[in-house]
Design a protein around this ligand. Structure first.
Ligand code: NAD
Length: 356
């Protein structure tokens, strides 16, 4: 065995119903006296509930998907105008992303309270969008110092969004098994993440107001993000990044649709990953396990349902070809990528890859 593994420095506090107490303890321990709370309009009530007792200098509610640069600019200006000494984000990946954009230029510490399964809170990856072009990068300053996980805050996430977001987390796990920095440590995290998500998400779908399923899903989402942060972006994330950017598609649903197609492409060329995924899903094979879970969750199936035009298939496949990670297990060419993108666009079950 030979591998290199980086562990990101971050504290996790995980307990349902404890977000307010844990946030207060964290800000006190860190000596924060002028906090900027970032939460989207729709996350405002939750934020007031969990951050209401903090020494808040400014509440900031202008949040937009994929962190447009002008939105980041206004948030940075607000942080400077109010002379804040810490950022508290309460919300989904878009909200966490805005806090990261502020931390990127200011170095302010973030305490993140995630309310979806996106997992941004456990990575050092930032993203900014300028004129429909999304740029991402990694920087230690954007990694939240503490993450406060409270599954009770996810009870309001509608089933449809919970399923898409949970499958986004599952995609972090699966892609981590063949991403550029894949190693035995993040493979172990990914396997446990898949197991937890497979246990939690059906319970969330059956009983959205029940905590046990939500806790499993949130725990799995955390593990998935740690595995992804360590392993880097594999083929799946590259494809979703291209598609999301070209057609302004919803982030979580895009991941949910594309994942089975990338798995089908790679599984025969990645037997160890295939076995790990199958075992974590308690299924005879990875593909059948994922297919069963997706059916159980009534997962999104086709990108055309989310606004991708058919004419975009060719250009998207071309764009993906130029960013395929060199170590991808299966050989990839323009034919296989076009077949994959077409299958994801149409929601086709059986994927006619040339090499299969
Ligand atoms: P999102 O943050 O845009 O949230 C989707 C919607 O759900 C929003 O309207 C939000 O207000 C609402 N919402 C959030 N929590 C809720 C709750 N508990 N109850 C009811 N409604 C709730 O979407 P997302 O999928 O969480 O995040 C996607 C973004 O995160 C993308 O921009 C993506 O690129 C980014 N992301 C980044 C990383 C990273 O490592 N940097 C990782 C994953 C995702």
């Amino acid at each position: 065995m030979r591998f290199v593994h980086d562990t990101l420095p971050q504290r996790i506090r995980f307990a349902s119903g404890e977000a307010a107490a844990h946030l207060a303890a964290e800000t006190t321990a860190r000596g924060c006296s002028r906090v900027m709370v970032i939460a989207a309009e729709s996350e405002k009530d939750t934020a007031r509930r969990v951050a209401g007792s903090l020494p808040v200098a400014v509440w900031h509610h202008e949040v937009a998907p994929h962190v447009p640069v002008e939105v980041a600019h206004r948030a940075r200006a607000a942080a400077a105008a109010h002379d804040v000494d810490a950022l508290v984000s309460v919300g989904g990946g878009s909200t966490t992303g805005l806090a990261k954009a502020v931390a990127l230029t200011t170095g302010l510490p973030i305490i993140a309270v995630p309310t979806t399964y996106a997992g941004s809170e456990a990575t050092d990856v930032w993203g900014l969008t300028d004129a429909n072009r999304k740029t991402t990068g990694t920087d230690a300053r954007v990694l939240p110092r503490t993450v406060v996980y409270d599954a009770s805050l996810t009870l309001t996430l509608p089933v449809r969004l919970s399923v898409a977001s949970g499958l986004n987390a599952l995609a972090h796990c699966v892609d981590a098994l063949w991403a550029p920095r894949a190693n035995p440590v993040n493979a172990a995290l990914a396997g446990e993440g898949i197991r937890a998500l497979n246990a939690g998400l059906p319970r969330v779908a059956d009983d959205p107001g029940g905590l046990p399923g939500r806790e499993q899903a949130l725990y799995g989402a955390y593990l998935s993000a740690v595995a992804f942060a360590s392993a880097g972006s594999g083929l799946h994330h590259k494809i979703c990044h291209v598609l999301g950017g070209m057609f302004d598609l919803p982030h979580a649903a895009t991941h949910a649709v594309v994942l089975p197609h990338v798995l089908a492409l790679n599984e025969s060329a990645a037997p160890e990953a295939e076995r790990r995924i199958a075992a974590a899903l308690h299924a005879p094979s990875a593909v059948t396990g994922l297919s069963k879970l997706r059916a159980r969750l009534a997962a999104p199936v086709a990108l055309r349902d989310h606004g991708m035009p058919e004419a975009g298939i060719g250009p998207a496949a071309e764009a993906v070809l130029s960013v395929v990670p060199p170590g991808n297990p299966a050989p990839v060419d323009i034919e296989s990528l076009t077949a994959l993108v077409r299958a994801a666009w149409a929601g086709t079950e059986e994927i006619p890859y040339p090499h299969r």
